[in-house]
Design a protein around this ligand. Sequence first.
Ligand code: FE
Length: 214
Amino acid sequence: MKQWKCSICGYVHSGEEPPDTCPLCGADKSEFFLLEEEVQEQASDSVDSKSSTEEEVNQTKDNNTNNNFSSSIQPFKEKIDKLILKHHLHPISVHIPNGVIPVSVFLLMTGYFFKNQSLMDAAYYNISFVFIFMPVVLYTGYVEWINNYKKADTGKFRIKISSAFITALTAAVICLWKSFSPEESGMLFFIFNFVMLISAGVAGHIGGNLVFKK
Ligand code: FE
């Protein structure tokens, strides 16, 4: 039986034809290639990479002549991005919102139900930590999307990226809301918490599928 590999996420499909869309990343049929072709592609890639390395060297020389601010921070940014990819910092960092948000919402609900201000305060401190940490999650996710998923503009990636931004935005709103009016928490406040919980769950679910290639 033929095996087809998604060039975006690496999902492998067995069958005479590739699927219409990738079940993991939502990439189009055209992004699939026959697995035997991979060896040939890797061989041509090594030739391409040789010529592209030469181009990069020339580019670097050109960049060096442009002694401006952006070229001076570029090597630093590349180092950081390489470390992010090498140590899988995005799948690690997403454990903060995915682990802490359910705890925070649970504390909020139990605090509200039992009229216990300490539990509500604990929810606020937890979500403050998520709010502070979200830029790391978003940036590491961006680096992975650019480098590991070819900046794929598919439905699944749009949902995942939108969910991540909604999580960050709702965490910011909840945090600022509680900072300025600690006593006030009506229905809208609870809605914000549930939207944050659901969006973190959606982003985490799609991300988990991509990482574990289910
Ligand atoms: Fe895919």
